[in-house]
Design a protein around this ligand. Sequence first.
Ligand code: AZC
Length: 789
Amino acid sequence: MLFNPKLFKEKLSNQLANSTYSNVEVLQLLARLIKELYVHANLSDQCSQEKQVYYFSMEFLPGRFIETNLLNLDLLDICKDILLEYHYAPRDVFQSELDAALGNGGLGRLASCFLDSLAALNYAGHGMGLRYQYGLFEQKMKDNHQIELPDRWLGQNGYEWEELQSNESVIVQFGGRVHSFMKNNRLTFELIGTEQVKASPYHIPIFGFQNQRINSLTVWKAEAIPYPPPIEFEAFSKSKRHAEQLTEFLYPDDTSYEGKVLRLRQQYFLVSAGIQQILSQYINAGHSLSQLPEKRAMQINDTHPALIIPELMRLLIDHHLLDWEEAWKLTTQVMSYTNHTLMNEALETWPVFLLKEQLPRIYQIIEEINRRLCEDVLERGLSEGESIDDIAIIIEEDIHMARLATIGSHKINGVAKLHSSILKNQLMKAFSTRFPERFTNKTNGISHRQWLMNANPLLSDFISSLIGESWKTAPHKLESLLSYQDDLDVLTTLADIKTANKNSLITKLRTELEIDILPTSLFDVQIKRLHGYKRQLLNLLHILYLWDLCHEKPDALRVPRTFIFAAKAAPGYHYAKRIISLIAAVAKQINQDKKTKGKLGVVFLPNYSVSQAEWIIPAADLSEQISTASKEASGTGNMKMMMNGALTIGTRDGANIEMAELVSNENIFEFGMAADEVIAYEQNRHYSPRDIFNQDIRLQKALSKLVDGTIHGDEVAFQDIYYSLLYRGDEFFLLKDFGSYVHTQSQAENQYLDSQAWQKKCLINIAHSGYFSSDRTIAEYASEIWGLT
Ligand code: AZC
């Protein structure tokens, strides 16, 4: 193995000594050196015999790689020293890297934490994704409205970390028709007259934490296949455009679903390119197909890549001449599927006609999978009250992707205990009663290297000074911190670290965004995608209530507070965009109110991103995890803030429940309805938000501000929000949970007044956060799903 820090040091110093560079140029130099000295030098090690896992995902959200890579290669300190020696500020150099934002939110960020942990645990586990030319849109705020601009993350000179592997390009086919004929006594299928698109892989190295492992994230780019001469320019440019469109934009939505042809084509493009490459490397390495499940595993990250199931069937049957039964056995043994949401609008279905037109052979295979499934189920008999429509993959004219993913996988998991149980006992009941052994839970996790060691070096170093370094590779050892829970010096230092992180955030906001926040206030943070179920609006109603309270009783608020929001809304999700406008408008007015100045502040930070989160999270005191119970599959921001010593105010939803189990109820602020109550209301209990409104003067005062002209701005939008709560059913039970939320918020305020008691709770949270390292999650996937040793 050739990892050689000395050579890195020498080369970097030589280069920096010889000329002057801009920060971006230094960054590019670092990336080039790392690729040259580490990746290229170690390529030969990659063709190993160990089992390989491929994580197929339409989204990855790594953010910046520079610090992660330097940390993992144990070069971070060396590199900082050299940069300082040549008068470069390490932070400025690192921050000149643009975030790779090839994802929308939690699902994509999870995928990136998983790649980090796979390498850290020394598994051969790789990502397969798309190389969108434009990542998640850049959010600008104009007159309190979200404006979406294209995210040009590739920069002018391309992306520092990628390397095109043109010899591994493959062809992906769309459209055409299926020609079937007899050959050697076998019914054979062939696609003819298809549109062919070239898929080119770009490899991004993923380094293990100081363990010499290099995995990769492969992102595929779509290109037109050059026409043979003579080139008809017009026809070629049209087909070029059509092909390149495939990887132009990340679909900017993570929960709702629109039947976009382009999205379907993107999904197929990813899985077809990925699996073709995997199979051809597998066969070239001399392995036999019958051993595929022993040597390869593939994870389907939500249903977006579920077409990999019929695509692998197609390749095995049409190209490798396996019969159906053999191919199906191999496919199901290789595949496993993770569900990330139960929201109805996010459960993908594709119209039959679209598949027939775009992917005719894939459609035939899905039809056959469905026929066999239904026949088998009917033969064994339906249970009472059950219909074949509870199981069929194709119902009327729609293909249900979660069902396809479930029937084609040997393991199906949810991402937190509650979510997995609802998945198993409700949404997928017809499957889990027939295949109980397939259903499992894998509670999410986050990379403690990125979210604690990199994002919060002060805290990370302090932890090491108390309990040594072993927690870095065994994060459950953070539990040793518990022995310091009554140590006053330790608790004071924890408070000082929080203050220092708050000050860094304040300075950054002041210099970069000209936003001023109260340094001595409690930082109350809600950062995540904007969605009705995540209930940013409930947070806002509490703010409006406090605003009133401050006016009525100037001393009522004993702790000054700054509410920090950051969130992008899907461009087509108008309600979410209205809520953003409302938050921004309220922020503006509260911040200008002389009567509440010094007590209440509200900030909406534009353009939420991974690197922005790395600044905010270490500075958070209170972590808002207030989704309607049963709606948030897991949440991962909750874990990041817990690990950085923030206390959670949250509903009994997703992973919050497991956090509470670990730290016990007195170290977390729980409120609101539990999941079964919410579900009971949704199914049959009567809910009247107006009755609650009529009985709660605080709600009346807060909500009336939306319609009585108090809040200036888009009055029509604010009215719409008001009506949605009072007259359109309050789908996410904000009014129902409001009283309990306000009460719990005031308990949190009381606790904050006692700094020592608060810090003790923070320490207990940090100590238990090791469970939420993605290393633990990946170890579970590895042994229970992927069969890795
Ligand atoms: C998210 C879930 O909403 C979130 O609760 C979970 O923590 C995260 O996945 C990772 O599992 N889902 C998405 O981002 N998107 C979709 C389509 O589910």
